[in-house]
Design a protein around this ligand. Structure first.
Ligand SMILES: Nc1ncnc2c1ncn2[C@@H]1O[C@H](COP(=O)(O)OP(=O)(O)OP(=O)(O)O)[C@@H](O)[C@H]1O
Ligand code: SF4
Ligand SMILES: [Mg+2]
Length: 389
């Protein structure tokens, strides 16, 4: 894809001064700073997440994209301390900023990586809920949906009586488009879409401030997937939770996320408002990802994709880990690791030497950035048509 009339452009000093981060002005609910995660120890350790910074704004949807194995799930699971062995968190902090108390008193920020098990138990589900790809695995196959709601509510809302718990469970199912009689069903009696809806209802049961959605609809057909995501985003607007939405499918993120972060080989490589990332990617890897998906509309053209495959995380190439696959790599890319840094005059960050110092970026990576919308929160109503680009 090339822009009509565009020519190679030089981007001297295009990196902004520190402090001009795209997250400035966003009220953060979850801040991941310098997160590092390995699988295994010593020379054989796979560096699945390397020095990642990511901020989720209150009421916003942050999409996380990248090829399989890039570290998306590891980042999310480590951030909420649900990482399984042999995963080891080797550095960083994850700050959870609860909403202010009803009397306006600011709540105390908690570093989830330093928190004790008891503090974490109080926060998981109540404040930070998770929906994973496979509801069949997440739901208990030998309990009815009603019994699973009942257990969840009895544990976290001990003041609620049995009848109130049942009413609340029925209301939650209705919220996700199911009838309360489904409380009597076992997971195997429901379709994949219904199970996923039931999981979302359970995740919403305690009115969380953050939802982690790890490929929540990948296993479903495209029609059900879209229905569920549209409902989920409608609920986000009504209930005001923030969502970290992980998927391979950038086209979905463009439609449903406010901002998108792109991960490669354990590192965050680009982050931008969804429309900016989609229409004017600055990173060669993002450009390649966008050209892996055929457009729904417009003229047909050849899909180039990305040559080669992701590197072995135990033996990363020197410099930018993407350089063996990058059509625009320059000598510096083979030596130095680029850091994710803000770009001047935009609400975006990129880790790429082409946008640093006197490097020359190709026209494909210098398309004009569409107008950057003001941060959207749940309080601001917007339609999916307005979101779509
Ligand atoms: N239990 C494990 N033991 C060793 N390595 C692991 C383990 N789980 C994940 N990894 C490695 O960590 C890297 C990141 O995996 P992760 O599952 O986070 O990627 P992902 O981006 O979520 O991929 P996908 O899109 O396929 O879900 C992968 O290279 C994977 O091989
Ligand atoms: S730093 Fe170099 S290798 Fe990496 S994405 Fe940018 S141009 Fe390509
Ligand atoms: Mg994953």
């Amino acid at each position: 894809m090339s822009l009509p009339g565009a020519s190679a452009m030089t981007s001297p000093g295009s990196l902004a001064a520190p402090g001009a981060a795209p997250d400035r002005g966003v009220d953060p609910v979850l801040e991941i700073r310098g997160l590092c995660v390995d699988y295994g120890f010593g020379d054989d350790a796979a560096h699945a997440v390397a020095d990642c910074d990511l901020t989720l704004g209150r009421g916003r949807v942050l999409g996380l994209a990248g090829e399989s194995g890039s570290g998306k799930s590891t980042l999310a699971m480590a951030a909420i301390r649900l990482l399984r062995s042999p995963g080891v968190i080797t550095g960083g902090e994850v700050l959870f900023h609860p909403r202010p108390a009803s009397d306006g008193e600011p709540a105390t920020t908690l570093d989830l990586l330093a928190a004790g098990e008891q503090e974490l138990r109080a926060i998981r589900w109540s404040e930070i809920a998770i929906v994973l790809q496979s509801a069949l695995n997440a739901l208990n196959p030998v309990s009815t949906i009603g019994a699973q709601f009942d257990e969840l509510l009895a544990t976290h809302r001990p003041g609620l009586g049995r009848a109130s718990r049942r009413d609340r469970a029925g209301d939650l199912l209705e919220l996700v488009g199911m009838t309360p009689d489904r409380l009597r069903s076992y997971p195997h009696e429901m379709s994949g879409g219904m199970r996923q809806r039931a999981m979302i209802a359970m995740a919403l049961a305690l009115d969380p401030q953050v939802m982690i959605l790890d490929e929540p609809t990948t296993a479903l057909d495209v029609v059900t997937q879209r229905e569920i995501l549209e409902e989920l985003m409608g609920l986000r607007d009504r209930l005001g939770f923030a969502a970290l939405f992980i998927t391979h499918d950038l086209s979905l993120l463009v439609e449903f996320a406010d901002d998108i972060a792109v991960m490669y080989a354990g590192r965050l490589m680009e982050r931008a408002p969804a429309a900016s990332l989609f229409r004017s990617p600055r990173l060669p890897y993002t450009y390649g990802l966008l050209h892996c998906f055929p457009p729904m509309h417009g003229e047909r053209h050849r899909m180039d994709g990305i040559p080669g495959s992701p590197p072995d995380l135990r033996d990363l190439p020197p410099g930018c880990a993407f350089h063996p696959r990058c059509q625009w790599a320059i000598p510096r890319c083979r030596q130095d690791v680029p850091k994710l840094e803000p770009l001047t005059g935009s609400h975006r960050e990129v880790a790429c030497w082409l946008h640093r110092d006197n490097a020359t970026a190709p026209p494909e990576l210098m398309r004009p950035d569409p107008a950057v919308a003001q941060p959207r929160t749940a309080a601001v109503s917007d339609t999916s048509a307005e979101r779509a680009v």
